[in-house]
Design a protein. Structure first.
Length: 139
């Protein structure tokens, strides 16, 4: 039985940025912390669909939509050793756990954001979703 992913959990994942995909790259360049913002188990096939948002220490460019992660939330998420961090909400990686090349059945969870911060992430993601880029990570 694999881990039941929940929104707000933070895991390591080889995130593929949309600009990298547009250049023809197919693999993320490094493992980075990502936040599970959506985790849905399909009733039809039993697969777990994940929407993953990148966490970065690079300040966002002016045209990007990102939330600064407060220090307390970094500690809760298990990334307290990072300096100032942001969660990018205007693009995401979409993966299916049971078909993923990147997620292990018993994937280690670094930590989890508080419910209130997850709600803020979700609301900001929902607003940005119309202009967000999806990067599909499975075949």
């Amino acid at each position: 039985m694999s881990h039941e992913f929940r929104p707000g959990e933070v895991i390591y994942y080889p995130y593929l940025w949309a600009w990298q995909q547009q250049r023809g790259e197919t693999e993320g360049r490094k493992q980075r912390p990502v936040c599970v913002v959506v985790a849905i188990r399909s009733a039809g096939d039993g697969n777990t669909h994940l929407v993953l948002l990148a966490i970065t220490t690079q300040p966002p460019q002016a045209e990007r939509i990102a939330l600064e992660i407060p220090d307390i939330e970094c500690r809760r998420a298990g990334i307290g050793d990072l300096n100032q961090s942001w969660i990018v909400v205007d693009e995401y990686n979409y993966d299916i756990v049971e078909h993923s090349w990147y997620i292990e059945p018993h994937q280690e969870i670094l930590g989890r954001f508080s419910k209130s911060f997850v709600m803020k992430i979700g609301a900001t993601f929902a607003k940005a979703r119309t202009q967000s880029g999806r990067v599909k990570r499975f075949d």
